[in-house]
Design a protein around this ligand. Sequence first.
Ligand code: AMP
Ligand code: GLY
Length: 420
Amino acid sequence: MVNVLVVGAGGREHALSWKLSTSEKIDQVYAAPGNGGTLQNVELSVTDIEGLAKFAQEKNCFTVVGPEDPLATGIVDAFVEKGLPIFGPTKNAAKLESSKIWAKEFMKRNSIPTADFEIFDDAQKAKDFVKSYEKPVVIKADGLAAGKGVIVCKNKDEANDAIDTILIKKSFGDAGSKIIIEERIDGVEASYIALCDGKIGIPMATSQDHKRVFDNDEGPNTGGMGAYSPTPIIDEKLGTEIQEKIIDKTIHAMRDEGFEFKGFLYAGIMIKDGIPYVLEYNVRMGDPECQPILMRLDSDLYDYLHASYEGKLNELPEISWKNQYSVCVVLASKGYPSSYPTGDEITGFENISSDAFVFHAGTKKQDDKIKSNGGRVLGVTALGSSLQDAINNAYDACNHIHWTNKYHRTDIGKKGLSNL
Ligand code: AMP
Ligand code: GLY
């Protein structure tokens, strides 16, 4: 029996902890720092690499890293150096997410389909380019900016404002010392996530996130307001094309360039006229995509994560998924993604039926009560025999949960229904 340490505090990490705890091979599942839903929390921050390593060593843990920050900081390199087993990519491999410029240039030199782009560090040159460019643009800060460093521009004025925000006002600090200006591709978006061991990548179930805060994809971008799996937007043919032209190619090219990619490789895909383009890579599971994906997983997650670490995914049987749909509705604090209140008591957990599960994200336990403690608070996730069934079950469960400043979208999964 081994113990597992899950690094992170979000809904994704609660889902990873929950699924790993069902493995017969695992004794204890710890979460650092965890949230109000994870059962055995360790008070260490996700970037306290020395502290996490010490804990993992003392408790004989296999460590599973949820978010990008510790990966970009080099947690995997540090653990490997100490001989501690850990799931996730090294700092160099994590550049696929931590530097958008590095990722774009990597895609360009390896002919991986992505939007055309130019790079700038000078605001005037960037504005001159926008003036002369005939297509609509998206402006991106190079580094990690908690999902906020991407500005999808409706017109040239917005593009000029975005350039000022990032390069002149330095709103994203050093993460914005360089920008990418790329062609805006107007299509449908989906998430394609593969589990990689440096040599191969096996596809996870497909999913689709809902990034805007309001119904009908309006309002500002968020970390994700809900997701469902599988998505009819990626049929078998398109799935094979994404796997071959994007995932396999990425893993092989990374290996050729000297960076073995182990961990979850997440390609944010835009599909236009049947052609998939990579909008971004993430080097981790999506949040909230992780919640509906893991709800459908029948195989033992630990076996697969450990085989990724060992470079032996080819030795495992085909991964098995429930032949059902699942939907995760994010319950957020009113005001998210800007400012929002926290500290509200949340009630109603006891009324959730067995086909649904409430993953915690921004919550904390205080005097045996669960209180809101973040923007995205809970991920109410349910299975169903059809997508409509899963949507109904998820929203039924949402209606049982109460707190003063609860907010959620009412149309999670609807985009999938219109594509069935
Ligand atoms: P990213 O963090 O790079 O995935 O960007 C955040 C969001 O911005 C994406 O989920 C898309 O909705 C949008 N986006 C990014 N790049 C583009 C693009 N080239 N064309 C259209 N929308 C984009
Ligand atoms: N749901 C999008 C992300 O995890 O980046």
